[in-house]
Design a protein around this ligand. Structure first.
Ligand code: ATP
Length: 429
């Protein structure tokens, strides 16, 4: 007999179902099981006297054991769950579960230890269904823009963002790194004449951050595009992407977001763009906040998020033109004031989700910016080669997918949306 998914089960049918035992009540004369697969749950009712063999198997079961059950489905006004029950004709135990080591109210870190059990929660499965859909929408959007999908290597002799936050790898005796982002290789695609590329792939950051928005390995959505006039072209693309994705999510998962995650999708109409130096003034004037130096800290991201929500009724804001001091060596400087760069961050409800910029594509300027940052240009020799034989003006962005999902689903920490979270003291399971 073929398996019927529980979500498709109807009364007056013979079915075979398979799934986890979600709930179990063993009474004097009756047993009630709730069995769950990825599409739903159903009650299985066993009269002990009529079905002694099945009853004996069930009496040895614990919750989360895996079963295959065949039987007849009946309508029942006494059953709350979908108003029907399955009366079994056979029951096989595929796998016995021991007593579960975690419960719904366990701490997030206890749950992480047993992530595969934690993931069985239908709410968690919904997170991954939605993230699958979002990545598909992002991919669709980019393909509609004639972009090429690339997969850059994650092992490299060059570290992409500079600094010390890199994981070292012993590559057959030669020192190598796990890439901090696809930055250098997606720029290579511009020199290769690909004109517009995107990638969904992992970033590795050896930063010892214990926050609800930092992981040491996380997935990024990256874009790089040629022949732009400024970073505003990149923001235009991202604005279109965000609108497209949120519209599709709202059409396809709006009810799940409301009922399961208690939140609503607000599709932006126009995302305001504010220059970094204006943001510094706004925060000082509006909130007396004076601690910004060359970059926005977490508090100032929150405040500017609040400001644009109040003033523009927007959950999103692009903060643009950051000081060169706060940005990577490859950011292009502003012609009118080279202290600043043609860069931006996208902030969603008070948290950075994207960084982007026009990149410096002129070999000599790039080389001198590398030196200005105190990086030995010898170490960037292979990267610099990309710019020696013709390279179009270009720019791009990197969006942290986990941060995007946390904001969309109104959750607390990226631990909840990473399939298996990696942090400074978490490398298991
Ligand atoms: P932050 O200042 O918040 O640490 P960053 O400026 O180092 O971030 P970028 O290097 O610009 O971040 O990376 C691009 C995007 O990747 C960020 O906008 C963010 O969404 C995401 N991101 C960066 N670092 C992390 C991290 N450790 N864990 C999860 N996502 C991250």
């Amino acid at each position: 007999m073929q398996r019927t998914m529980i979500g498709k089960v109807e009364p007056c049918k013979s079915v075979k179902i398979q799934g986890f035992v979600e709930h179990l009540r063993d009474k004097k004369s009756m047993q009630f099981l709730v069995v769950r697969d990825i599409t739903g749950s159903i009650q299985v009712t066993i009269e002990k006297e009529k079905l002694p063999e099945i009853a004996e198997k069930v009496s040895g079961l614990l919750v989360d054991s895996v079963v295959t059950i065949t039987g007849e489905v009946f309508k029942s006004e006494f059953v709350k769950l979908n108003g029907m029950e399955l009366i079994p004709t056979s029951l096989e135990v595929e796998s016995y579960s021991e007593a579960l080591p975690i419960a719904k109210d366990s701490s997030i870190d206890q749950k992480m230890d047993y992530r595969w059990i934690d993931l069985r929660d239908p709410k968690n499965i919904a997170i991954f269904k939605i993230s699958t859909f979002i990545e598909k929408c992002m991919r669709d959007y980019m393909i509609n823009c004639d972009a090429i999908e690339i997969h850059t290597p994650k092992i490299s002799v060059q570290s992409s963002e500079g600094g010390s936050e890199v994981f070292k790898v012993d590559y057959f005796g030669q020192p190598a790194f796990l890439t901090q982002s696809p930055q250098l290789y997606k720029q290579m695609a511009m020199s290769a004449g690909f004109e517009k590329v995107f990638e969904i792939g992992p970033y590795y950051r050896a930063e010892s951050s214990f926050t609800n928005r930092h992981a040491t390995e996380f997935m990024g959505f990256d874009v790089e595009m040629s022949y732009i006039e400024s970073h505003h072209d990149v923001m235009d693309l991202e604005e279109g992407l965000i609108k497209y994705v949120l519209e599709r999510v709202s059409q396809n998962y709006g009810d799940v977001l409301e009922n399961v995650f208690n939140t609503k999708v607000v599709v932006p109409t126009n995302i305001p763009r504010l220059k970094f130096k204006d943001v510094v003034e706004i925060l000082e004037k509006e909130y007396g906040y004076k601690s910004i130096k060359n970059d926005l800290d977490q508090e100032s991201e929150k405040l500017i998020g609040k400001y644009v929500l109040d003033k523009y009724n927007s959950e999103f804001v692009f903060v643009t033109d950051y000081p060169f001091e706060a940005r990577a060596f490859y950011s292009m400087k502003c012609e009118e004031d080279p202290k600043y760069t043609k860069s931006f961050d996208l902030i969603w409800n008070g948290q950075e989700i994207t960084s982007g910029a026009q990149r410096e594509h002129r070999y000599n300027v790039l080389k001198s910016q590398i030196e200005e940052k105190g990086i030995n240009s010898e170490n960037m020799k292979d990267y610099l080669e990309f710019f020696k034989y013709g390279c179009p003006p270009h720019g791009g962005l990197g969006l942290g997918l986990a941060r995007f999902f946390v904001k969309l689903l109104n959750l607390q920490t990226i631990k909840e949306v990473c399939y298996i979270f990696r942090g400074p003291n978490r490398i298991k399971p």
